[in-house]
Design a protein around this ligand. Structure first.
Ligand SMILES: NC(=O)c1ccc[n+]([C@@H]2O[C@H](COP(=O)([O-])OP(=O)(O)OC[C@H]3O[C@@H](n4cnc5c(N)ncnc54)[C@H](OP(=O)(O)O)[C@@H]3O)[C@@H](O)[C@H]2O)c1
Length: 239
């Protein structure tokens, strides 16, 4: 027997002020991702074709509550990531709340293969680079170009990385992907919240991972809300 369900659409609902729905990030790791209808995280290597202007604005709002933006090196390379930019109102609100005006970007890399001449490293405050002791030794220029966090000898220990970010006062981490970093965080059971945008577009392929899970059982989160705009669904799941 199928249990009774709630129908969200079509429904008569008042337009709501969305930004404030995200102003209570967890102490821990909130992740934000957009996926295509067929489960892809990008189209031809870029996220923009499966996203839209509203999704991007929402990401900017979600960023404005974070102490730090955590990102995988693959995304930095693919999306040519620069420093976070926030409008003056958001910066004032952050300063009044005791946060830095702008959350720094923290890049996770095993190999240390980052373009140190890119805007991320040359404009504004230097980013944090999270890597291993081995990579830091082999690439001494990383320490000169960034605020370095060494987490692990030969593999990045994400639990240790989170601990060191917290030690710097960065307790509310926003992970913006990509899929490899998000998978690794989930394997370590480190994701406390997922803000997931379901795009109404097929990307034309389905990434399939054959890697066995490190979780004993799938971890269930609680659905906090479902928003809808222009065919996009905005889902917020928390622990
Ligand atoms: N749909 C979305 O919301 C979204 C969000 C972000 C990105 N994307 C898309 O995702 C694609 C990139 O995917 P991706 O999975 O390669 O991105 P990624 O997770 O950003 O990057 C993977 C790289 O990050 C580093 N890394 C990640 N986890 C690590 C760990 N636990 N330990 C050490 N290093 C770690 C490694 O860097 P090194 O190779 O330097 O060692 C690894 O090769 C792009 O096409 C981008 O557009 C989509």
């Amino acid at each position: 027997v199928i249990p009774p369900m709630s129908r969200l659409l079509p429904g008569a609902s008042e337009p709501i002020d969305v930004g404030n729905l995200y102003n209570d990030p967890p102490i821990g790791i909130r992740a934000n991702m957009v996926i295509s209808l067929d489960g892809a995280a990008a189209f031809n290597g870029r996220v923009r074709p499966i996203s839209d202007a509203t999704d991007l604005q929402l990401l900017l709002a979600i960023r404005s509550y974070a102490d730090v933006v955590l990102i995988g090196a693959g995304t930095v390379r693919a999306e040519r990531y620069g420093p976070v930019r926030l409008d003056a109102a958001a910066q004032d609100r952050r300063l009044a709340a005791g946060q830095s005006a702008i959350p720094p970007v923290a890049v996770v890399t095993l190999r240390g293969n980052l373009d140190l001449s890119s805007a991320l490293f040359t404009s504004g405050q230097p980013p944090i680079v999270v890597t291993t002791a081995h990579t830091a030794t082999v690439n001494p220029e990383l320490a000169r170009a960034s605020d370095l966090i060494i987490a692990g000898e030969h593999r990045v220990d994400l639990v240790e990385a989170k601990r060191q970010l917290a030690h710097r006062g960065m307790h509310r981490v926003l992970c913006e992907g990509g899929p490899v970093l998000l998978d690794n965080l989930i394997h370590e059971d480190l994701v406390d919240e997922l803000c997931l945008t379901v795009s109404p577009r097929f990307a034309g392929y389905q990434p399939v991972s054959g890697v066995p899970s490190q979780l004993a059982v799938p971890r269930q989160l609680e659905l906090r809300h479902v928003l809808h705009h222009d065919g996009f669904l905005y889902l917020r799941y928390t622990r």
